[in-house]
Design a protein around this ligand. Structure first.
Ligand code: SAH
Length: 349
């Protein structure tokens, strides 16, 4: 049996023979390898996401989707679509909550990792798998959810040098990977308002993230429905790198071992609202995860669950605080709601 080559070895050879590769290419290949390899979630894995912290997260998402679907007129058929469903936990919790309101949608998962598809099928056996949104049916409204999906998509960084704007490329310094400005002028890719920034300014843009939201917005406009994008990120214009790697619950150097740590970047929600609006869809708002979950009644839900299972009271409360406290996930994580132009307002925005 031949030994699998590490991605670092493949990149080293590629860079040695053809020169620097873009950060976008580096991140895309590294994450494809990372997610294909194993189950990265949970205390035993590399990181924990909100649905893995508490069932309340998925339940409240299911509640939100049921509420807007009912107020929009209970249209059928209806499609639940989740991008990058991880272990399938969020979908499983959300679908249970939706069933209580008579909402039993067809389920579509957009996922590329074969390992994770297996886990997702175990959690939601009726799910239909897709490589991207293009094959999801359009014969009824779409209820779309993406939690910590956009942050994993390949990032592009642009840096201002004395010669103008350049794309950040990855090259070798001895045996180590390092980011350096590329040779090609990239001024045209920088918004006019930001072109005159001082030397050394770094800005991030993710064409892949914008493309996903653009496509989702176009579908909402055509087939009806609503969408929730939840991720860490900011709702104002920023400069500086947010490119990071997490392994075993700790931040590590994203250039240290490609394919073995989760690579992410913050999501630019200000840009995404513009993208959605430019495609004829309605932007319901972007709020912090803490405010949104509180508005949907997470405190009441935690109290009700504690009544049913008093032995879990402490665990429920600590999970809730993890999701909503400003120094935990409550403030850094944002929730952006989108809807078809003829759908109603969304709760909690
Ligand atoms: N939503 C889950 C998992 C987040 S991790 C949770 O909250 O727990 C990111 C997920 O997106 C994983 O399921 C990963 O395999 C998937 N993913 C990453 N890049 C993708 C791509 N380009 N296309 C489809 N799925 C992708």
């Amino acid at each position: 049996m031949s030994e699998e080559r590490s991605l670092a070895q493949i990149f080293r050879r590629l860079i040695a023979t053809t020169g620097p590769i873009s950060l976008t290419h580096y991140m895309a290949e590294a994450n494809a390898r990372y997610y294909a390899r194993a189950d990265p979630f949970g205390t035993e894995g590399d990181f924990i996401t909100a649905p893995e912290i508490s069932q309340m997260f998925g339940e409240l998402i299911g509640l939100w989707l049921s509420d807007i679907w009912m107020r929009a007129g209970r249209e059928e058929p209806v499609h639940y679509v989740e991008l990058g469903p991880g272990r399938g936990t969020l979908a499983s919790d959300a679908l249970k909550a939706m069933k209580r309101f008579g909402l039993e949608p067809q389920v579509h998962f957009v996922e590329t990792s074969t390992t994770l598809k297996g886990l997702q099928f175990g959690a939601v056996p009726r799910a239909i798998f897709h490589d991207d949104l293009s094959t999801v049916p359009m014969d009824g409204p779409m209820l779309l959810v993406a939690n910590e999906f956009l942050d994993a998509l390949p990032l592009r960084q642009l840096i201002r040098t004395a010669e103008g704007w350049r794309e950040v490329m990855v090259t070798l310094d001895g045996d180590r990977f390092v980011g350096v400005p590329g040779a090609r002028p990239m001024d045209a890719a920088v918004p006019e308002s930001r072109r005159d920034a001082p030397d050394g300014t770094l800005i991030e843009a993710s064409p892949a993230v914008a493309a996903v939201v653009y496509e989702a917005a176009g579908r909402l406009e055509k087939q009806g429905g609503a969408a929730l994008f939840i991720d860490y990120g900011h709702a104002d214009e920023r400069t500086g790198s947010t490119f990071q790697a997490v392994r075993r619950h700790k931040k590590v150097d994203p250039f240290a071992s490609p394919g073995e740590a989760d690579l992410t970047a913050h999501v630019d929600f200000a840009m995404l609202a513009q993208v959605a609006l430019s495609h004829g869809c309605r932007w319901l708002g972007t709020v912090t995860q803490g405010d949104w979950l509180r508005a949907l009644g997470i405190e009441g839900r935690a109290a009700a669950l504690s009544e049913i299972a008093p032995q879990h009271r402490e665990a429920l409360h600590s999970a809730m605080h993890r999701l909503i406290d400003p120094d935990q996930m409550g403030e850094l994580f944002k929730v952006m709601g989108l809807a078809s132009p003829d759908w109603p307002e969304g709760a909690g925005f």
